[in-house]
Design a protein around this ligand. Sequence first.
Ligand code: ARG
Length: 259
Amino acid sequence: MKKFLLVLMSLMMLALAVGCGGGEKKTAEQPKVLKVGTEPTFAPFEFQEKDSKDFVGFDMDLIRAVGKQLNMKVEVQNMGFDALIPALNAGNIDVAVAGMSITPDRQKAVDMSDPYYVSGLTIVVNKDNNAVKGLKDLEGKGIAVQIGTTGAEKAGSVKGAKVKTFNTNAEVFLELKNKGVDAVIIDKPVAEYYLVKGGKDTAKLVGETMEAESYGMSLKKGSPLTAQINKALSDLKKNGEYDKIYEKWFGSKAPAEKK
Ligand code: ARG
């Protein structure tokens, strides 16, 4: 009987030890979650794979590389572009990665990381439109834009323009195709990608690139993650990982002035 009790007790202790050990191991190995918000109609920076609906693109690869660097598990959420900053401030997401241009207004509302891509705005019109050659020609015309973007702001500055805002860029480009507007104002690399992916059958770019804008990742004001993300971005630029991601999405080496 005594022997039996002894065996039982040691078995129980063993179970306890294994249980605890397992538990500890789990917390030590499980990376913390980095909650990322994006608006995925902005290829090649963020879009969803047709079938799997996976979030892909330059921004998505970059934030996953940052996550790896910080030993954090990246989880991406889809939201409206104009919902990103409110979601940061409400604490629903840790970081917004959405081709978001660094602007003084945004810097008042949130912390923005160091720039990771230099961009600019452009005008897209239908192929058969020969009247629009630049911003000036858009006075009094219809312009489609995505809500809350710098393109929307630019369109709003055009005298007498009838600006139509949409939640997604899919709708923005469709409106142009359907001739509901004369033009679209959008980030140049996104317009170029749209043309390459079939848009060139009906649309073209016109005019000069407007505004030099740099993309940054946004975080809640005072977030301790901002410094960590900046460090990770700088490491990725140094160790060649940034260049690899750049080449994957843009098909050419990252020129120094784009980083
Ligand atoms: N760069 C522009 C801005 O900051 C447009 C960004 C749109 N991004 C997106 N994921 N839809 O306003």
